[in-house]
Ligand binder design. Structure first.
Ligand SMILES: Cc1cc2nc3c(=O)[nH]c(=O)nc-3n(C[C@H](O)[C@H](O)[C@H](O)COP(=O)(O)O)c2cc1C
Length: 170
């Protein structure tokens, strides 16, 4: 495992599940904050070979039905479309985590959600990253949307970029 790339850049992968684009936008802002060497990838783009040798993996998903989206929740959204059209073309974060090869980098998790909701997606993501061998130290953040399908609350993209900067420096 290479700890640092030339110029001190870490190889970082920010992986996201996103049905309506909010989590994808936060993922891109986190990757920008981490800087050179960081990419934001959907669960379909983040195949095992793209994860090889990553020093830092940051994984994020929306909170849906008070938890990390289940296959059942995704199927119910697929079969009963209402409101904004979802993008269900990429695998769930749950299935991505299950297929994640053993590794030894650092990990962190994030979720997008409504402010007042109970439940947590990040706990399940952190557990999945740790099971694969990533050291997380419980590092996680939550980013807020103002309605059922978004948009993100003002300032959340800037906060995500700053969080990425912090993760890249750590
Ligand atoms: C069917 C559905 C269920 C949701 N359930 C929750 C929930 O339990 N808690 C919450 O905080 N937000 C909930 N939300 C809001 C989403 O978490 C929020 O819109 C999220 O940013 C979506 O992420 P995405 O745009 O990346 O798919 C729900 C939204 C939908 C459409």
């Amino acid at each position: 495992m290479v700890a640092e790339r030339e110029g001190g850049d870490v190889k970082a992968v920010v992986v996201y599940e996103s049905l309506w684009g909010n989590t994808a936008a936060i993922a891109r802002a986190i990757a920008e904050g981490i800087g050179e060497g960081a990419v934001a990838l959907s669960t379909s783009e983040a195949a095992a070979e793209r994860m090889a040798g990553a020093d830092l993996v940051v994984a994020g998903a929306p909170l849906l039905g008070f938890s990390l989206p289940t296959e059942q929740m995704r199927e119910s959204i697929r079969s009963q479309p209402q409101g904004k059209q979802p993008d269900l073309s990429s695998p769930s974060m749950r299935s991505w985590l299950e297929a994640l090869p053993a590794a030894s980098g650092r990990g962190a998790a994030f979720e997008t959600r409504i402010r007042w909701s109970p439940g947590s997606a990040v706990k399940t993501i952190l557990a999945g990253l740790e099971k694969a061998g990533y050291g997380t130290g419980g590092t996680a953040d939550r980013f807020i949307v103002t309605g059922r399908y978004g948009p993100l609350k003002d300032g959340e993209l800037q906060r995500a970029r700053a969080w990425g900067e912090m993760l890249g420096r750590a």
